[in-house]
Write a protein that binds this ligand. Structure first.
Ligand SMILES: Cc1ncc(COP(=O)(O)O)c(C=O)c1O
Length: 332
């Protein structure tokens, strides 16, 4: 297959290709389709995750523009922020993280361990803000860094814009080769979806390559379902339109399952905890309580509700998130 991305600015950060592995003990236990896992928890960058693929394109663009300093955003336990800090360390860029107190999880470790500990060890400069102060903080930080003569590139929340989403177009190209090798044609791809760039990139990639795979995002972030669907549609359309994909997204290309959010972003449901325990104890595969565990709980519940009857193969993208598991130890 011809890659659509060969002309894009890109830096090499990820351990690729990540493995595609069957989860046969889990599939047997659930009695549904054969479940395969795409191990994007093993991309590297201080314990891996989905942002690494996005950062290859975002920081490729940053370097092309001559940036020496990166600003990005996230929650205190943001995996995106940690992977950005790691990528900057590897590339010799100064990293500023604007982190919002947007999740209230009752554990004293929440603000000192897991991802935030890694951010500090990786040398990022941390700026704590209230969630609605991010814009102001960004403007003032940008001003002072520019005044000091630094060339700043801002990576959006979750790395979710057209450039970042190309990372998941590249993932589709990787999957096509792996599916051919394994002689499977997955009807559905499942993943945890939040800022939307991962799902948008997967949708844009499948459409641009003429694949019939359905990409189902499990909403782990947004209470407003319509707003969420619109965001994914817009991001997928932006990614597909113009170079390098030149494809058109239809509203039917966007599938989101909104039934698994529970009390909200960052709060695991009982089904999330059950999914984490089940997958760990049958497959030695560790998921996280905010994203991949909740995403997997959506897939498990679809199988139990017989919504995947007749489907032969599905792929679950393990988007990472493991460092935050340890600040949720009280959920277990
Ligand atoms: C582990 C993990 N999984 C999934 C996601 C969701 O990806 P996206 O923000 O591209 O929707 C994130 C985003 O932070 C994440 O950290």
């Amino acid at each position: 297959m011809q890659s659509l991305l060969s002309q894009q600015a890109r830096v090499s950060l990820a351990h690729l290709p990540t493995p595609l592995e069957p989860l046969d003990r889990l599939s047997e236990k659930l009695g549904g389709p054969r479940i395969w896992v795409k191990r994007d928890d093993t991309t590297g960058l201080a314990s891996g995750g989905n942002k690494t693929r996005k950062l290859e394109f975002l920081l490729g663009q940053a370097q092309q523009e001559g940036a020496d300093t990166i600003i990005s955003f996230g929650a205190i336990q943001s995996n995106h922020a940690r992977q950005t800090a790691a990528a900057c360390a590897k590339l010799g860029l100064e990293c500023h993280l604007i982190l919002g107190r947007s999740v209230s999880w009752d554990n004293p470790q929440y603000e000192s361990s897991g991802n935030i500990l890694l951010d500090k060890i990786l040398g990022a400069k941390i700026h704590y803000v209230q969630p609605n102060d991010r814009g102001n903080k960004h403007a003032s930080l940008l001003g002072s860094l520019k005044e000091a003569g630094q060339h700043v590139y801002t990576v959006p929340t979750g790395g979710s814009n057209k450039t970042g989403a190309l990372g998941y177009v590249q993932c589709v190209e990787e999957l096509v080769v792996q599916c051919q090798f394994n002689k499977i044609d997955p009807e559905k791809i499942f993943l945890a979806s939040a800022s939307g760039g991962t799902q948008a990139g997967l949708i844009a990639g499948t459409v641009a390559h003429g694949l019939s795979w359905n990409v189902t995002g499990i909403n782990v972030y947004e209470v407003d379902a319509i707003k969420f669907n619109n965001r994914i549609f817009k991001l997928a359309s932006d990614t597909a339109q113009g170079d390098p994909l030149n494809a058109e997204i239809a509203t039917e290309d966007v599938t989101v399952d909104h039934r698994h959010l529970g009390e909200g972003y960052g709060i695991p449901t009982p089904q999330t905890i059950e999914a984490i325990r089940m997958v760990a104890s049958t497959e030695a595969l560790v998921l996280d309580p905010v994203y991949s565990g909740k995403g997997m709980s959506g897939l498990i519940q679809q199988i139990r509700a017989k919504e995947l009857t007749g489907v032969k193969d599905v792929i679950f993208i393990h988007t990472g998130g493991i460092p935050s598991l340890f600040v949720y130890e009280n959920a277990f």
